[in-house]
Design a protein around this ligand. Structure first.
Ligand SMILES: Nc1ncnc2c1ncn2[C@@H]1O[C@H](COP(=O)(O)OP(=O)(O)OP(=O)(O)O)[C@@H](O)[C@H]1O
Ligand SMILES: [Mg+2]
Length: 228
């Protein structure tokens, strides 16, 4: 069963002369154990798609189902709970808390979500894998773009979500770090049975993907991915 499914999603911003139709009849699904890429140029609708998939924005029409439940039929409280417990976001803006040190970003997650987060050992392993163990006492403002990106990835994964939604998670990374992050996302999908959805224009991630969608002017198509 698809863990997340979008059916005939449309998104229109504004009205009259400022009306923009950003997403057109988007159909999309992701299963556990899959790393899925959505590739498209700037302005094609990637972030809009991802924030709708994760319930941060509502579509103009169409439905989003998470584990078979239609998100639009949930109450706000239920939607918040679903986001908190099942979805991990790595947003384009990183959304780290500016006045908390890196290690405190994780403690902050513990305050918001008390159960089911990684234990100390797994967190240490994750930080090591991402090459950021030495940054735990720094504030976000003291990090480079690539370091910030990796901390944001760690923070999203710390809550151990079933679904990971990542927006351009490799934009600021050099090729070696891209490989490491690609491998990490693939491991999460395969070894921890998560659905990992990455929107990007970074074609360096293609080799790690199980399924690839193209998005162009708000229209999405599944593209054939050669699996060896
Ligand atoms: N709140 C909004 N109001 C009006 N237009 C919007 C809004 N959000 C996005 N758009 C428009 O929707 C289109 C798609 O934006 P979106 O941010 O989803 O693209 P993107 O593929 O993520 O681009 P990038 O690669 O630059 O991040 C753009 O034309 C953008 O201007
Ligand atoms: Mg974007």
């Amino acid at each position: 069963m698809a863990v997340i499914e979008l059916k005939k999603i449309n998104k229109i911003f504004g009205s009259g002369i400022s009306r923009v139709h950003v997403l057109h009849d988007i159909d999309f699904s992701a299963n556990r154990g899959q790393l899925i890429l959505v590739v498209g140029p700037s302005g094609s609708g990637k972030s809009t798609f991802l924030t709708i998939a994760g319930g941060l924005q509502t579509p103009t029409s169409g439905s989003v189902e998470v584990e078979g439940k239609a998100v639009e039929q949930l109450t706000k409280a239920q939607r918040d709970k679903l986001r908190l417990n099942q979805i991990g976001f790595v947003l384009q803006s990183y959304n780290l808390v500016p006045y908390l040190k890196v290690k405190e970003q994780f403690e902050f997650v513990d305050k918001v979500k008390r159960q089911g987060n990684l234990n100390k050992e797994d967190l240490a392993g994750l930080l090591k894998q991402l090459g950021i163990s030495n940054l735990v006492d720094k504030f976000p403002g003291q990090l480079s773009g690539g370091q910030t990106q990796r901390v944001a990835i760690a923070r999203a994964l710390y809550a151990n979500p079933d679904i990971v939604l990542a927006d351009e998670p490799t934009a600021a990374l050099d090729s070696q770090k891209v490989e490491e992050v690609g491998q990490l996302f693939q491991d999460l999908a395969k070894q921890r049975d998560k659905a990992v959805v990455v929107v990007t224009h970074d074609t360096r991630l293609l080799e790690y993907a199980d399924k690839v969608y193209q998005i162009m002017d708000g229209k999405m198509t599944e593209s054939a991915k050669q699996t060896d």
